[in-house]
Design a binder for this molecule. Sequence first.
Ligand code: HEC
Length: 291
Amino acid sequence: MQILAKFNLMLITVFAFGLIAVCLVTDSLLKRNAQQQVVDNARIMMETALAMRGYTSKQIKPLLDAQNRLQFLPQTVPAYAATEGFNALRQKYPEYTYKEATLDPTNPRDRATDWEADIVNQFRNHAGQAEIIGIRDSATGPSLYLSHPIRITDASCLTCHSTPDRAPATMIKEYGPDNGFNWHMNDVVGAQIVSVPMTLPEAMARRAFLTLIGSLIAVFAVTLLVLNVMLTLLVIRPVTRLSRVADEISQGNMEAEDLPVRGRDEIAGLAASFNRMQRSLKKAMAMLEDS
Ligand code: HEC
């Protein structure tokens, strides 16, 4: 096998093993990173929903209290503001969904499903728990969720959520007196839940993985090409020429060309020594012929 083929074979083998090792290590790392990034985004969105809640109850609702007595405006309800605000956000991030899953909701669309109720109950049973992150199987495949408890910490919430007779009559007219009442201070009544299909972090991880592997292969291909060109120009060509001249001399051709001596590297040294040897040999032969 030629020296260039040996070099290439060895380098490609080493690279292939290296690439397999990189794949094994980075695959799970990139998946973890992508998942973390999605959870971080979900957390920011959830905080945004919370901010919309606070803004609505502190600034919007007081302005419209009088109006509410004539006709109930859901726009003054913190939960409504958060859900609507999130729906607007979803136009840009359609994969993310938000729900204020509640065990006894005022609006039936907020009723906690089985798995959501499990989360709410977990928050109820573990007072210190501030966040639950998990992956569950949904109808459309695995889904990642992030959830925070909704705890009644503000007495103003109880105007509408304690007993129907305390709530604005216009609200009862809209929503009825049966749901969303008998909540108490410090109760966990529900959970904010942001869900994202796992296909999103998986696609992010796959994109990062392909970019990384693609760039590694490209860098290796260029390195291999440069190495091949350098090896051919600096070593293989001069050595082939040297072997051809050595062949000619061994067959008695003392007039064979001098080898070019370029630069000061090992190959140039070898060519210079060879030329000297050829000249000495020529002199020795001439002396032999003279005597
Ligand atoms: C002006 C009355 C009013 C006040 C004050 C109010 N809520 Fe509500 N709340 C409602 C109404 C009405 C809904 C249903 C909104 C809808 O149609 O989505 C609701 C919905 C909710 C929901 C979603 C689940 C459900 O019941 O449909 C949660 C959670 C909630 N409120 C918690 C709170 C908290 C916490 C506070 C205090 C910061 C609060 N609410 C203050 C009237 C009120």
